[in-house]
Design a binder for this molecule. Structure first.
Ligand code: ARG
Length: 668
């Protein structure tokens, strides 16, 4: 269905183009005929021209009829992946031109800032020429490039192609195409290209541990995982966000035993544990110093794991206290995640251990039962059963993998944790393939590991007294610092109390998220409020300001959002000026930027892209008037096409912000 529609679109477009050319030819011919009559009155020539003319008229009629069958103005509904279109077209051409080569590289890239090299480039000619040499054919890269062009079928997005230098193919985008795709922003919203297949994607993120403080590492996982989920949801995948909280370890025996001692009436009255941290520390001291307590603690774990009623109740109480604390952070940062902790998998762990034992995958090792990902002795094994019979973090992950693939029908699972767990996940992935849960042909597994968060002293992020920083305190400090910044810029004198508060939260949480997301996640990063609150460079503050400035253009010309919608029906986005077209082309890249991130999961590329939008907008705005005012400040001229371009820019930025978890405000 989709295919045939886009085929018709293409045919129509080609027919329209041919029609235009024919009309021009006819005009020229007619003119030629007239001139000929006057000048030479040469009958022969005249006759020839007239037959040619009637032939052309005949072809014209056929084409016109063909066009009438289809709606003449095909309405596009979304943007397209230009890189995808070019890659497809060029790989077809390359295949046809060089059928002897089985793996000819198709290299399509952006041309960079120099307009002389076109907008995109195909750099396949050189490597293809080398491959041909290996099979005994000597063809220069320039000739290869020309051969490719001979076989390339035209696509409406291509304006012009040229072979340059030693064999680069420069590709120029067609403005009319750009315009038709950018116009969909007003008719249909900023819509991503249709997916070939929607996947079931599980994102395992945040995942703090009950009764322990959620630390900056978990904050990174939370921020990155939320953005990955938003991206995949936006593209139309079926996303399940899972919070794999640590809620089932041996520490619960200790905590339950301590709860019973401290609040003997816990079954009747909900224990007033305010500070789980302190509660945990007390329990630990007791555990380390009192052998009798230790015994009770161990007994409690066993009872909990066999779901003894009172123990389950006590466990739930403890989890609830933590859960409420975590939720406060999630609410403030706008995080959505479904809790499905290690405890959820208890039954599944029992089952899978049984199965793995029966199938003889488990190997005895000093009382433990272990599972190797490859040959025994290669790499590190997973500990599936401890010597005391208990399960581990590894067991829960193996059980979770099985549940996610078989019951949740995941096509793709993405784990977001600190890079320190890389080996754990690589081993988990290997083991899951080995025992036949995961099929590498069908399932994709990724570990998005991130570097440690450092303090400004480049040491592990800690408070001055050396304690881990509580996230609530961190967010509070963010709010304080954001307000200071806004006041420093005198914003409190222009904004209403409500506007100021909105700007404050937007800046505070926005800058914390953005500084995390804009760094390559593999690298460690320095947490610095001073840096993230700078209003120059690639920071949230700069972008949020840029956005409000863009939004103010239409507002200053007295256009409401409804007016803009109406305007977009009467006028088209202006792409004539070199700087307008430059901005337009950046906006057209939006789908490609997103697709690339789904391949490598590097969200910092999206940050770089929004930043590029903002700076390219500035270039445009410096060169092109949107509104002209006279000396008394009255508007004398409005360039509607440019107002539309500005609004389209703001809409694409909004989309990016949404994926990055930034909440832009209209005034700041
Ligand atoms: N709770 C773990 C931690 O704090 C993270 C869990 C990540 N998810 C997983 N499926 N192992 O380190």
């Amino acid at each position: 269905m989709n295919n045939s529609v886009s085929d018709i679109e293409k045919q129509t477009h080609c027919a329209e183009l041919q029609l235009k050319l024919l009309k021009r030819d006819i005009e020229e011919l007619q003119q030629g005929i007239n001139e000929k009559i006057v000048i030479s009155k040469c009958d022969d020539e005249l006759l020839k021209l007239q037959t040619e003319n009637s032939k052309l008229k005949h072809r014209l009629k056929i084409l016109q009829r063909a066009i009438e069958k289809y709606p003449s103005n095909v309405q596009y509904t979304e943007m397209e992946s230009i890189q995808g279109i070019l890659t497809n077209s060029f790989s077809k051409a390359i295949e046809e031109a060089f059928p002897d080569l089985t793996e000819a590289p198709v290299v399509i890239s952006l041309s960079g800032n120099n307009v002389k090299f076109g907008d995109y480039q195909c750099n396949s000619a050189m490597p293809i020429s080398n491959l041909l040499k290996q099979i005994g054919k000597k063809i220069s890269p320039r000739d290869v490039a020309n051969d490719i062009l001979k076989h390339l079928s035209p696509h409406e997005c291509i304006e012009k192609l040229e072979v340059a230098g030693p064999g680069f193919i420069n590709i120029y985008l067609n403005r009319q195409y750009g315009l038709s795709r950018l116009s969909t922003i007003f008719s249909h919203g900023v819509k991503p290209p249709k997916l070939e297949k929607a996947l079931r994607v599980i994102v395992d993120f945040s995942s703090p541990n009950i009764a322990k403080e959620m630390h900056v590492g978990h904050l990174r996982s939370t921020i990155i995982g939320e953005s990955i989920s938003r991206l995949f949801e936006y593209l139309g995948h079926d996303v399940l966000r899972l919070n794999h909280v640590g809620d089932w370890g041996t520490q619960f025996g200790m905590l339950i035993a301590h709860l019973k001692d401290r609040f003997p009436d816990y079954l009747e009255k909900s224990p007033p544990i305010e500070d789980l941290q302190t509660f945990y520390k007390e329990a630990k001291v007791h555990f380390d110093n009192d052998p009798e307590f230790k015994k009770r603690a161990y007994a409690s774990v066993v009872k909990l794991q066999s779901f003894e009623e009172d123990h389950v109740k006590a466990w739930k109480m403890i989890c609830d206290v933590s859960r409420k604390e975590f939720q406060k952070i999630y609410d403030r940062l706008g995080i959505t995640v479904v809790e499905r902790g290690e405890s959820f998998y208890q039954k599944h762990m029992e089952e899978i251990v049984k199965k793995l034992s029966e199938e003889e995958y488990l190997i005895e090792d000093e009382g433990r039962k272990i599972l190797w990902g490859e040959e025994p002795g290669v790499g590190i094994p997973m500990t599936i059963v401890k010597s005391d019979g208990g399960f581990t973090y590894d067991t829960s992950d193996i059980a979770a993998m099985k549940h996610r693939i078989q019951d949740e029908k995941a096509d793709w699972i993405i784990y977001v944790t600190d890079a320190g767990q890389a080996t754990h996940f690589q081993t988990l992935f290997k083991c899951s393939k080995k025992i036949g849960i995961v099929d590498p042909e069908k399932h994709r597994l990724d570990h998005v590991g991130f570097g440690v968060v450092l303090g400004e002293d480049k040491k592990k992020f800690k408070t001055r007294s050396g304690d881990t920083v509580r996230l609530v305190d961190l967010l509070d400090e963010g709010l304080r610092r954001a307000l200071d910044k806004l006041k420093e810029k005198d914003r409190h004198t222009v904004l209403t109390v409500d506007e100021l508060e909105k700007a404050q939260t937007s800046v505070a949480y926005g800058c914390i998220k953005y500084s995390d997301l804009s760094h390559n996640h593999n690298h460690e990063y320095v947490f610095s409020f001073d840096k993230m609150l700078e209003d120059k460079g690639n920071t949230a503050v700069y972008l949020l300001y840029a956005y409000t400035r863009i939004k103010s253009i239409a507002r200053n010309a007295n256009f409401s959002p409804e007016d803009i919608k109406e305007l977009s029906k009467k006028y088209s986005i202006s792409l004539e000026h070199e700087k307008e077209w430059k901005l337009g082309k950046v906006l057209l890249r939006f789908p490609d930027v997103l697709f690339k991130i789904t391949k490598d999961l590097y969200l910092h590329c999206l940050c770089e892209y929004v930043y590029e939008i903002a700076t390219t907008f500035t270039e445009f705005y410096d060169a092109c008037y949107c509104i002209e005012k006279d000396s008394s400040g009255d508007i004398v001229k409005i360039n509607h096409g440019r107002i539309l371009l500005s609004e389209a820019t703001a809409l694409v930025m909004e989309r990016c912000f949404n994926i990055l978890g930034l909440n832009p405000v209209e005034k700041m």
